[in-house]
Design a protein around this ligand. Structure first.
Ligand code: CUA
Length: 158
């Protein structure tokens, strides 16, 4: 088969561009790793219940930190623990969450809190609850047959 000069050139150019592109993607994936952007720490997904701070899910007052409370959440198909949380209005809260099984979402509807929970990783987010009322925590990552039922409630009280 005889290739025209330009065809050869374009073929070489196309292949080179592909190699360069794949290298960049590969290097980025290698350096940055595959983890949710909010994940700061690791936990053994098989031993979440025995691992601090997940031994005590719920809202805890803390001292000497930039936030007033820590809200520890454990997600598992198809629920969040705890399922009901009461938070005093104006509280600055660090949410610390993980999953015991598959990938789940953690979104507080009507706020800018929206995290991905991946097995093995701890996702964290600091936020202030400045409005009273009821807020729904929903799972926004498809996680199986009970996905649409997976939710919890936050009550922000005076
Ligand atoms: Cu958990 Cu969808």
């Amino acid at each position: 088969m005889h290739l025209h000069r330009y065809e050869k050139w374009w073929l070489t150019f196309g292949i080179s561009a592909l190699i360069i592109f794949l290298s960049i993607v590969g290097i980025q994936a290698f350096h940055q790793g595959h983890k949710p952007p909010s994940a700061k720490a690791f936990v053994d997904p098989e031993r979440v219940n025995e691992s601090e701070p997940f031994t005590k899910p719920g809202l805890h007052k803390v001292q000497g930190k930039e936030w007033d409370y820590e809200l520890v959440i454990v997600a598992a198909a198809f629920s969040f623990t705890p399922g009901e949380i009461e938070i005093p209005k104006g509280a600055k809260v660090k949410i610390i969450a993980t999953t015991k099984d598959v990938v789940h979402g953690f979104e507080i509807a009507g706020t800018n809190v929206n995290m991905m929970l991946e097995p093995g990783y701890i996702s964290e987010y600091v936020t202030t609850f400045s409005k009273t009322g009821e807020f729904l925590i929903i799972c926004n990552e498809y996680c199986g047959t009970g996905h649409h039922m997976m939710s919890a409630r936050i009550k922000v009280v005076e």
